[in-house]
Design a protein around this ligand. Sequence first.
Ligand code: 6MZ
Length: 361
Amino acid sequence: MEEWCKTMPKVELHAHLNGSIRVSTLLELAKALNETQKGAINFSQMEHVIMKYDLSLIEVFQFFDLIHNVITDHNIVTRITKEVIEDFASDNVVYLELRTTPKRNDSIGMSKRSYVDAVIKGLRSVSSVDVDFIPKTGDSKSLTNDKCNGNSRKRIIVRLILSIDRRETTEAAMETVKLALEMRHLGVVGIDLSGNPKTGEWTTYLPALKFAQEQGLNVTLHCGEIRNPKEIKNMLEFHPQRIGHACFFEDEHWRKMKSTKIPVEICLTSNIRTFSVSSIEDHHFDYLYKTKYPLVLCTDDTCVFNTSLSKEYKYAADSFGLGRWEMFELSRNAVEYIFADNGVKNYLRKYFNSVSKNMEV
Ligand code: 6MZ
């Protein structure tokens, strides 16, 4: 079944760049850093979090700090991006919205802009697969179906979402939104609010998030990753274009969701491993799926949670009794919730249609 899930075309809408770093690259970079700067990395802590199966949210965020420590120059950002794209493409992800927090680090001459430039360089440097990340003018009219085009090379369409970390200031968040607006022609399609849900107040970012929406950027919020009914209610009233997780929703939140139909990015392994949902049988995927609520299966952080999108589909199939056809439809439906323009959407709809005729479902 996992092999079949791998061959199925998939759409990934909730993947954090640095949480998806290859484990081998992380270890290699950590070793190199320790050689040049003795004690820069706490290896035993790193091994502990890599090997540990269940990670509390606190440990997950310690893990991110460790990953961020190895990013000591722009070339490393470029390399991580290139490898992450290659990994998603080899898992047959045909459309990927990759999110990352633009980082400013004066000690290494990195600005938020130069960080995102390094990400874009990573997209350009992939050679094993065609990476389509520049939006076509005129609503992506020139995106053509590979088969019609006689082009047999594998292709992945990538769009970027810039994240705001809940540790940042209002001004830093606004800088990220302005950067996203300036980089729309390079495939930036949205803004995400993420980071440790126990940190800060989301209202700190409201001016930046409102500005983003007013300017036509899509907004997705990490929402309900911990119990915080008031924050969940206020976030839903803001009406983001999508939300991630939705683990601690109460009846009043689901009632609101029923009328707004905000699509939910579901990350099964992440939610189970961080104890945000007590058991897979209790996961809200079941309720949302049965009520035909708009949802999309995603990975969150392939490195941190040792997963892939194929594994997430298999996990859903095993846990909730989905057959091949149901999984294919789940994957196809995700196209409706992407942030890219209608040209890309139409291309993907046609692509899924053509594949459905040849896939054994
Ligand atoms: C909240 C998360 C997250 O931005 O450096 N991030 N935020 N909840 C999660 N679920 C467990 N997983 C990842 O990728 C890593 C950053 O993404 C956010 C955190 O801010 C983390 O530092 P980038 O590419």
